[in-house]
Design a binder for this molecule. Structure first.
Ligand SMILES: [Zn+2]
Length: 116
């Protein structure tokens, strides 16, 4: 499949990788590299125990917390980011199409009651 430059620009991609220790094989965390791999500049590192990801500039210099071994980026995956259109819900209130049957019956009953 050949993607043109315009098509690839319309589909942004986020890269994530698991950081695994080379010596002991423990997973040290998940690295969010942004839209490029390898990440340029800062990357967000999610440690297994903590909820908030922390900012990391040189992820290749990180060491294993248990044995001090070098960390290797494994399981590098790319996720397509879906661009949602901005919706102004104050202007979307107008409903199109036929009203439901229960509403038609309700309105007809109100008209009969009003005319009587
Ligand atoms: Zn280790």
């Amino acid at each position: 499949m050949v993607l043109h430059a315009d098509e690839t620009r319309e589909r942004p991609v986020r890269f994530t990788a698991e950081l695994t220790c080379l010596l002991c094989g423990r997973v040290h965390g998940s690295l969010d590299g942004g839209d490029t791999w390898p990440p340029r500049g800062e990357a967000m590192l999610s440690l297994p125990g903590s909820e908030q990801p922390m900012s990391v500039t040189g992820w290749w210099r990180l060491r294993c917390a248990t044995c001090g071994g070098a960390l290797l980026a494994t399981e590098i995956t790319s996720h397509a980011v879906r661009m949602e259109a901005e919706v102004d819900w104050r202007t979307v209130g107008i409903r199109r199409g036929r009203p439901p049957n229960w509403l038609v019956a309700e309105r007809a009953a109100a008209d009969v009651a009003r005319s009587a």
